[in-house]
Ligand binder design. Structure first.
Ligand code: NDP
Ligand code: HSE
Length: 436
């Protein structure tokens, strides 16, 4: 049987990795797919740029339209990024009856509903395994492997750059900006690295995970998003003294009132496996009612780990090329006409435990005032440590761990504590998850 011809949009980190993996493992991939898979035509902005891959034998264009319009091509792999040109190219490819594979989480989280509807109308597949957690086949695991379960919650370290930064800061005492530059040089970071640092990339990925886990529409705009840029070395050290690690976590949980969808730095007990996921590695913990907890671990970014997921999707498409479109695995795991309308909870209604750090005047009665404010909001304290003032300061660092409470009560308590004359500046708050 003839090889399947693929068009590639983008020859950067992931595009280059995809060319390398498809070429190196061509024989093994053909044995799996039942047909050879060749990249016939690729597009990049600058055809003279040095590449991490050998493009010999691939027709090259600077205009991605030429690739999408190439009538010999059955599958388009979109690895340009962003949600403008990429969206146009993906919709155009689908319109022409071409299957699509993409690693673009921004595109799927924001425009997935439109893209999948168009794909269903045209009877084509859209693979997006590489969009979440790099090389970890987490989409397939939830969509297919856990299809018999009611998923209760999932929590994941789903941004490689952020985890790399937090790990290097903790283990080597390196500066935030210095580590971010290294992550960019290694090809881990997004074109706009604030997406990594401010949690937007993780929120894109969590949006996708929640949709396939709970069968709800993609709702990126309702995801609570907080990044890692406010985490200091001090907080990392104090958390460790209390037996916790700070990780940037995406959490999606089904509750009686609705679905929690939130991305923020989180204290996790250090004995949990996920608390020990370091560097660019990602991990996703999924709780199913039948299977219990399952944990998926692997490289969250980088050329070949991501290419592994891209090529896996291409093989899936090739295997299914002749099957009836109605009998394929639904894009978002649940049948398109069976999506649920559970509300996404506002952050005010989410209940978690907290780490609080405040600068308090080192004199009698201050702690009693703080405790009475917390008590009035039904917030009970689980642990407390006070650090001696340093450098002749009259303020001491007080660190507290609290039991679970609704976010709106904690907001009220923090506002009252910050208004005390004996408290200097803002109260630092980091949410905590026991993940048991
Ligand atoms: P890169 O910036 O390394 O690559 C982007 C590629 O797109 C480049 O080859 C660039 O060309 C090409 N390109 C951009 N604009 C145009 C245009 N107008 N016309 C033609 N070609 C264009 O990005 P990545 O490979 O890192 O990321 C690609 C996608 O994969 C993104 O959606 C990203 O979020 C996602 N992703 C990335 C991961 C990673 O580890 N990097 C992991 C998982 C997903 P040129 O090279 O000439 O500039
Ligand atoms: N910038 C992303 C990250 C790439 O660091 O996780 C993988 O999606």
């Amino acid at each position: 049987m003839n090889s399947v011809k693929v068009g590639l949009l983008g020859l950067g980190t992931v595009g280059g990795g995809t060319v390398n993996v498809l070429k190196r493992n061509a024989e093994e991939i053909a044995r799996r797919a039942g047909r050879g898979i060749v990249i016939a035509h690729a597009a990049a902005r600058d055809l003279n740029k040095p590449r991490i891959c050998d493009t010999t034998g691939i027709r090259l264009s600077t205009d991605p339209n030429e690739v999408v319009n190439n009538s010999e091509i059955d599958i388009i792999i979109e690895l340009i990024g962003g949600d403008t040109l990429a969206k146009d190219m993906v919709l155009k490819a689908i319109e022409q009856g071409k299957h699509v594979v993409t690693a673009n989480k921004a595109l799927i989280a924001k425009h997935g509903t439109e893209i999948f509807a168009k794909a269903q109308e045209k009877g084509v597949m859209v693979g997006f395994e590489a969009a979440v957690a790099g090389g970890i086949p987490i989409i397939k695991a939830i969509r297919e492997g856990l299809a018999g379960n009611q998923i209760q919650w999932l929590a994941g370290i789903i941004n490689g750059t952020g985890n790399f930064i937090l790990t290097e800061m903790r283990d080597k005492g390196r500066d935030f900006d210095d580590v971010l530059k290294e992550a960019q040089a290694l090809g881990y970071a997004e074109a706009d690295p604030t997406f990594d640092v401010e949690g937007i990339d993780a929120a894109h990925k969590l949006t996708i995970l929640a949709s396939i886990a709970f069968g709800v529409p993609l709702q990126f705009d309702k995801t609570y998003t907080e990044g890692i840029s406010t985490i200091t070395r001090e907080d990392v050290t104090y958390a460790e003294e209390l037996g916790y690690r700070i990780k940037h976590l995406g959490v999606a949980r089904r509750t009686d009132k609705g679905i929690e969808l939130r991305v923020h730095p989180t204290l996790i007990p250090e004995r949990r496996l996920i608390a020990n996921v370091d560097g660019v590695m990602n991990a996703v913990l999924v709780m199913g009612d039948a299977v219990g907890p399952t944990l998926y671990y692997g490289a969250g970014a980088g050329a070949e780990p991501t290419a592994s997921a891209v090529v896996g999707d291409v093989v899936d498409v090739v295997r299914a090329l002749t099957s009836d479109p109605k009998n394929r695995v639904p894009h978002l795991a649940f049948q398109a006409d069976a999506l649920a309308s559970d509300p996404i909870l506002s952050m005010d209604d989410v209940e978690t435990a907290y780490y609080l750090r405040m600068q308090a005047l080192d004199k009698p009665g201050v702690m009693a005032n703080v405790a009475s404010i917390l008590g009035a909001q039904q917030i009970s304290i689980e642990a407390i440590i006070q650090k001696e003032p340093v450098d002749n300061s009259t303020f001491a660092n007080i660190i507290m761990l609290t039991h679970k409470v609704q976010e709106k009560q904690m907001n009220q308590a923090i506002a009252e504590i910050e208004s005390l004359e004996t408290i200097d500046g803002q109260v630092k708050r980091i949410r905590m998850e026991t993940l048991n």
